[in-house]
Design a protein. Structure first.
Length: 213
């Protein structure tokens, strides 16, 4: 049976509120203001959390300290509850399953237990035949290792890290632009052609199903 592997953050779920509101909350506690929209735009343009804070006038030392706190909290239940499914995700995943594809989730998370709780909250758990969690610091290589083992017909993600993993494993890759990286960033910082960059999961899934009929 053909397998489609999917990333989670930015591919299936919208992480904007979780990531940006947490950053704003930490800045506020330090007596600083953070423009949420500008912060998220900086993240989608490829900036780290630290640099995205610096772009808002936070000094480098403070930004680094706040970013460390951000990492310790961003995968806790209270913040994960802010994630929402991107439009059309449930329908797209169900369509793929109805067409006979196996779906595997491949995500970089530090807190696997929290991830699995989140998949239940979002009603995603029943749609996946397998969930593979890799370490964030080794995400590209560990994702590549998994892709090489599974040999899916495609991997769908939203970042240059996902593209790197697919390249290492020599797996077909499609990127969506509603997540962690903007269309402009993907066009200029990856080797993807225009046809491999999709506006949403529905477009990506439909192309994979068409190519593997």
């Amino acid at each position: 049976m053909s397998v489609i592997v999917l990333d989670l953050d930015g591919t299936l779920v919208d992480c904007k509120e979780r990531q940006s509101l947490l950053a704003a909350s930490l800045c506020r506690a330090a007596g600083l203001k953070l423009d949420i929209e500008a912060f998220w735009s900086a993240k989608r343009a490829g900036e780290s959390t630290t640099k995205a804070m610096c772009s808002q006038g936070v000094d480098a030392t403070t930004a680094a300290k706040l970013s460390k706190l951000w990492v310790t909290q961003v995968e806790t239940d209270v913040w994960l509850r802010m994630d929402r499914l991107l439009p059309g995700v449930m329908r797209s995943l169900r369509d793929a399953r109805e067409q006979g594809f196996q779906l595997h989730l491949l995500t970089a998370r530090a807190n696997e237990r929290a991830l699995r709780r989140q998949l239940c909250w979002l009603s995603l758990a029943p749609l996946f035949d397998h969930v593979e969690v890799v370490r964030p610091r080794e995400a590209s290589q560990e994702k590549a290792n998994y892709l090489h083992t599974v040999t899916p017909v495609a991997f769908i993600g939203d970042s240059e890290s996902d593209e790197s993993a697919a390249d290492l494993a020599q797996v077909r890759f499609l990127a969506v632009t509603r997540g962690q990286r903007s269309k402009a960033y993907l066009q200029t910082h990856t080797n993807l052609c225009a046809l491999d960059i999709k506006s949403d999961l529905q477009q990506a899934i439909q192309e994979v199903m068409f190519e593997n009929r």
